[in-house]
Design a protein around this ligand. Structure first.
Ligand SMILES: C[S@@+](CC[C@H](N)C(=O)[O-])C[C@H]1O[C@@H](n2cnc3c(N)ncnc32)[C@H](O)[C@@H]1O
Length: 342
């Protein structure tokens, strides 16, 4: 039988990743052995899920066990909600550390407290937030309502990186996970990297943890996000590499100082392209994000890059979709090398 041997300290987190990749053999029991835990799997998951974790594929006999109940079945059974409304209980949720975020349809509004209690009990979390939909303003603040618990600060682990954040105040988009993973795998040895929209360190910290840049300049405008950025730099022991700068990235000083610029922001990112072009050195790469109507792809983001670059040459290295943003609108990222004219 196939299994994955993992460090006991990371076992629960890896188990969750394997579960979300759908490869856990639920007919078999997990084995605990000293500092290791052996998890039965039906296949080895793609390495994009497992990067940054210490784990090893093994051949191992696992004892059989009865299939564990799906949490949503347990939630549906236990929730104090009229039977004819139970189908509306959300079967998807966001779990950031031990804080849960759920979307509750309006019809279930009168039962939201009871619903939160059931989810908290079944999923073992300390607080439950109701996602009221969307993010607002230039800080991209999520619209959340606390429905259970008062402590909404979580430490979420992803890709071997710890992200501390107040989930009620700071966004953490699970839809951007592939892009955060990709950024952490871009080789940038000895480079100076500028992260213009650093947030709590979504890109800066994985890059510093998994690659060997000379320096990462992480700029963030929102004081709340900035405070977590500073904490997360410490939490992940990357103080030597990541320099947090609080303020508007358009005020970052210098010209041709960066080998690489990350522009992980949407909606108005093009307004910051002139700054990115000023900061990038000849031959450096800009990772430019944009939310774009699908029918304007890939021309609009490329034209915006070319227009901001003026006489400088833009060599497009790739255009990829980060996620679908809304119906007919795509969140994309363009990787472009800038060749300076003078
Ligand atoms: C929320 S992050 C984007 C999400 C992230 N890329 C991910 O992987 O999920 C964008 C951050 O840019 C910050 N920001 C917005 N305008 C800015 C500016 N002019 N200068 C610096 N930071 C800015 C916001 O406060 C926010 O924290």
């Amino acid at each position: 039988m196939l299994g994955v041997r993992v460090d006991r300290r990371e076992a629960e987190e890896i188990r969750r990743i394997l579960a979300s990749a759908g490869v856990i053999d639920t007919t078999r029991a997990i084995i605990e052995h000293g500092d290791c835990v052996l998890i039965p799997v039906t296949a080895i998951p793609s390495c994009r899920y497992m990067d940054g974790y210490e784990c090893e594929a093994v051949s191992q006999e696992f004892p059989s066990r009865l299939k564990r109940e799906d949490p949503i079945d347990e939630i549906r059974r236990a929730a104090n909600v009229p039977d004819d409304l139970k189908y509306l209980l959300p079967d998807k949720w966001e779990l950031l550390g031990d804080v849960l975020v759920i979307r509750i349809p309006n019809k279930l509004e009168p039962y939201e407290k009871a619903i939160a209690e059931t989810y908290a009990k079944v999923l073992g979390v300390k607080s439950v937030l109701r996602d009221m939909g969307g993010v607002t303003g230039e800080f991209r603040t999520p619209v959340m309502k606390k429905i259970l618990g008062s402590d909404t600060v979580a430490v979420h682990k992803e890709n071997g990186v710890l992200f501390k954040l107040d989930v009620s105040q700071i966004m953490f988009s699970s839809g951007n996970i592939d892009e955060r993973m990709r950024a952490s795998r871009i080789a940038c040895d000895n480079e100076v990297v500028v992260d213009m929209f650093a947030g709590i360190g979504y890109f800066s910290i994985p890059i510093a943890v998994h690659q060997s840049p000379r320096r990462v300049i992480a700029c963030e405008l929102n004081p709340v996000a900035f405070a977590y950025l500073v904490e997360n730099i410490d939490l992940n022991s990357v103080r030597e590499t990541v320099e947090p700068i609080r303020g508007d990235n358009r005020n970052l000083e210098g010209e041709s100082i960066a080998d690489r610029v990350f522009m992980g922001y949407v909606k108005t990112t093009h307004e910051y392209l002139r700054t990115a072009i000023r900061l990038i050195r000849d031959g450096g790469v800009i990772h430019y994000h944009e939310t774009c109507p699908c029918e304007l792809l890939p021309d609009r983001p490329i034209c915006r890059l070319r227009s901001a670059a003026g006489d400088d040459n833009v060599e497009v290295l790739g255009v990829r979709e980060v996620k679908s943003y809304s119906p007919g609108v795509s969140h994309i990222v363009v990787d472009a090398r800038i060749l300076k004219s003078g």
